[in-house]
Ligand binder design. Sequence first.
Ligand SMILES: *Cc1c(COP(=O)(O)O)cnc(C)c1O
Length: 443
Amino acid sequence: MNQELLEKCKNADLLKEVAKGKEVVWINENLEKTEDAMAKINITMADIDDAEARLARFAPFLMKKFPETIPTNGLIESPLTYIPNMQKKLEEHYDTKIPGKMFLKQDSHLAISGSVKARGGIYEVLKHAEDLALEHGMLKKDDDYSVFASDEFKEFFSKFKIQVGSTGNLGMSIGIMSAALGFHVIVHMSADAKQWKKDLLRQRGAEVVEYADDYSKAVEVGRKNSDADPNSYFVDDENSVTLFLGYAVAAKRIVKQFAEKNIIVDAEHPLFVYIPCGVGGAPGGVAFGFKKLFGDNVHVFFTEPTQAPCMLVGMASGLQNKVCVKDFGLSGLTHADGLAVGRPSGFVGGVMEHLLSGEMSLEDYHIYDLMRDLVATEDIFIEPSACASFWGPIMLKDEKVQAYIKKMGLEDKMANATHIPWATGGSLVPQDIREEYMHTHLK
Ligand SMILES: *Cc1c(COP(=O)(O)O)cnc(C)c1O
């Protein structure tokens, strides 16, 4: 471990535990009133509205090209499912009490690419396609966007490249949508990316380049290659505001689902959202949207693997993307797909600095146990990494979280609370891999 670095950062005691690979809970001492925090961020509700409107314009195209989006009128949206049996199971299995009601946000079942990346990743590709079409005089904003499915558009987009670096799920979203529009898409995949994801992408017409290194390397080379080519567009997972806004739309859309399920969020009815974090874009964007809509009544926690808690070390140390997990002697390796990221997004860290309530880290073996618990109790399969979200409600029992609840004046309101673990992926996992996961016991 880099002792010098450790001594000069905040939360040195906590980070020493992190460096030992221990599970920790970190509460953000820089959390501010939402209004004050938002005043420092130059992304607005109008930006989220703009993203939502753009996705609506593309609905006719999506229904035409991806008929699985017809039931949701061309919106890529996921169910919010009441999971009382899982809640009870968590209480038994982890010897705790989880007051309030638990709902699973099933981004695992988003159309087209089966993960949370179908929000940000697909949105960014659509926005780029729209920009190009407008720029080249092929489109007016009030046209019927089903023209994007035409041979003429496909032919046009084939002259352009889109490139991205990915551990898997982002590559799937970018790759599938770019190929469907006709782009020449190149996905730079890190060593931990699963074979079935590479196979599926190639089958959809994407070019896949494989690296023996981790995610940072795939991103670095992808960016360099793309920057050298004027007709190539690079999807920058670490710094993209566009991607971020695609994720943020989730919060606006959930308002209707809350109304349908009689879920109230106000000062008497707190909302807790728990999201697994990789580089930070997906959980950051979703969290930002929730804070915009529900303000101080929503409490967002990120969860990360003990060997790759990049956002946790960035936020707790106050050093953001100037540190990586290797600085703390951690491997950055994890069974959790999409979470094997060593360095957090500096952009997201900055946005979340005063909005995030805290983080919990967990050892890998839990994710398989939690996955089996969810199948057994609710008959829902989500990928192991997505199960890291359940570590949030489990850790409500931690004394630091209890102190947070007390400080926020929520002690006598927890019975009215709504808990949402965010299921970030899973529906595309092939049957044989599911079987393998079901039999994986790390401890
Ligand atoms: C990408 C991903 C995340 C985290 O998203 P980031 O934007 O990398 O923080 C979480 N879970 C799954 C399954 C993912 O694919």
